[in-house]
Design a protein around this ligand. Sequence first.
Ligand SMILES: [Zn+2]
Length: 121
Amino acid sequence: MPDRKEHLKKGIIFGGPIILLLMFFSRNPAMIFLTVSIGIGLLVLGSILPDLIEPATGPFHRSTFHSLLVLFILSAVGIISIFAVFSFGANIITVGLCAICIGYLIHLILDSRTKMGLPDT
Ligand SMILES: [Zn+2]
């Protein structure tokens, strides 16, 4: 079972390049550093958020917030937020939303690859 360090490491390795690529859609070069910083921060938060909500030591670990339903919903929100980056440019809101969704999705994908898997609902 991946621990917090593993989730953080994989979140940055797989999500970091996506956040950096989104910066090509920035319309305000002066805000790029701040946007990347907030994006990486929210990516890190998203990559550990499911286990903060449902700790591995708690009785409700891997229930609602680790479910395939949440995976599906966050995938939809992530896709919409990527289209928002294309439409409105890379700003703190669009990149932040993408980053937290990507981090959360990476967490759920890592958890889904374990023997315990993810619950349906
Ligand atoms: Zn988890």
